[in-house]
Design a protein. Sequence first.
Length: 197
Amino acid sequence: MAEIKSAAEIAMEKLKEIGEPTEEERLKWKYGPEGERLAALYLREDVNLLNELKKYDEKARKVVLSGLADILLRNITLPRNEAARRTNRKAMDGIKAIKTDKVAVENVFSRMRRVLDHYVQEGAKQKKQAYESLKADFEQRIQEAIRQRTGVSNARVNIDVEKQPQFLEEWQRLEAQIENQYAQLLEEYKQELALIN
């Protein structure tokens, strides 16, 4: 008959299989959250990142820097409002401060700014045009369906398509497609920035 083991015994066996954590893993566990905390503090208040980073020894600093950069990059988003624009500027300033290859960072930032500016200037126009086009198309489809059902070729029924669930669903899908084009480019630039020293 098989021996019945307690949860603690099973956990201990699994820990033995996993083995001892490496020094790198221990550093990540200890200092990774420090980098995230520092990023959050920096985004809320005026904190000199370079002075804060000097508080850590070289091994810890690399881990803190990694967590810090990760959070700053995650905070660069499509500028849907003024608060997002301010956060983007602050996050970009922070990234530029902590990266050593300033020229490479600025090259990526210039491309990123073009996308962000285009989103602000042209994205709203694109969405408005797409919305109006979808609305007209929906109105036409509804009128055509009414004509087919009633058999009256000049039947005109006044229906507010903007309140129709199918219209709203279609608009959300279309708007997400437009947003996704910008978001994908932005994500590519963020990944490029993550690789720069």
